[in-house]
Design a protein. Structure first.
Length: 307
């Protein structure tokens, strides 16, 4: 098992094929669209996405800007990492802030304090304002059932909405980027990757990540859903939810009000590879409270214009 996870010839070939497909997609979009942008949060998938984009156009700089929808409840380690990456590679970063929409009344704070669903309107406004016609995202089909329905090129209407019944066929590696004025296309170069592929690639390419992806001691509390949460201005711990110092890491990073840690001693890539290989839950299924609202929570948000 360890030999396979470390990189047998079959796993290396698989990573090579996935990398080639993703690079092909980046180059296709560069040739077909006028104003693409990469969604970049500083999370592991968007970091791998950026790494692939840099490879696709090296030694030239990538011909795309970055866009981050900041909920205001992000983990500080992730924001620091995001800014460090932008500075390191001399990239352009647009930030759409949920806080601005709350301040002027365009959005209202939810009763549960969760801000992930509030990202949709700032995202769609940023796309319209900057006239982005292709938006790269780091979503993968293995994350969640609604994401499994996505094509690599996913057409969004003039309101930014997704209709799963109007998905276009994708034969071989042919992608249809045609869109009418006001429409745009979401592009998912990591669609065919799995969480294990992502971590194998991170290890192979020696990609730096935000520190909270690796096991570290942290004060957390277990909420009513059984998730290990970091305390903050978004709420908690409540009565009966005492703080404990635990060794944890994050499999996914999103809005801190709804993203839980997992108990773990995996402090390096090999240990994480072994941990992910043994897991029977996707990272969103294990760590994201907003996906537990209903069976169709993600699909409902995607129909409204979410990532």
């Amino acid at each position: 098992m360890t030999a396979v996870l470390s990189g047998s010839s079959s796993s290396v070939d698989t990573l090579g094929a996935l990398e080639s497909e993703s690079i092909h997609i980046f180059r296709e979009v560069a040739g077909e669209f006028e104003r693409p942008v990469i969604l970049f949060s500083g999370g592991k998938d968007s970091t791998v996405l950026l790494h692939l984009a840099i490879k696709a156009f090296y030694p030239a700089k990538i011909p795309f800007a970055l866009l981050h929808v900041d909920t205001g409840h992000n983990f500080p380690e992730v924001i620091d990492f995001r800014d460090e990456v932008v500075e390191r590679y001399g990239l352009r970063l647009f930030v759409a802030k949920v806080e601005d929409y709350l301040a002027d009344g365009r959005l209202e704070e939810r009763a549960d304090g969760i801000r992930n669903p509030l990202q949709t309107i700032p995202l769609l406004d940023a796309i319209a304002e900057h006239r982005f016609d292709a938006v790269f995202g780091g979503a993968r089909r293995d994350e969640e059932r609604a994401r499994a329905k996505e094509r690599i090129f996913s057409l969004r209407n003039a309101f930014g909405q997704w209709d799963p019944k109007k998905q276009r066929p994708e034969l071989w590696n042919l992608y249809n980027g045609r869109h009418a004025a006001g429409e745009h296309v979401r592009v998912f170069p990591l669609s065919n990757w799995t969480e294990l592929d992502i971590w194998r690639y991170i290890a192979r390419e020696n990609i730096s990540l935000a520190s909270l992806y690796y096991a570290h001691d942290r004060e957390v509390f277990q909420d009513r859903n059984g998730m290990w949460m970091t305390p903050g201005e978004w709420g908690g711990p409540q009565d009966g939810e005492g703080l404990e110092l635990r060794s944890v890491r994050y499999r996914t990073v999103g809005d801190a009000s709804t993203t839980g840690a997992v108990l773990s001693d995996a402090s390096d890539n090999q240990a994480i590879l072994n941990e992910v290989a043994a897991s029977r839950l996707s990272e969103r299924g294990a760590s994201r409270g907003d996906d537990r609202v209903s069976e169709a929570a993600m699909e409902d948000r995607k129909r409204e214009g979410y990532f």
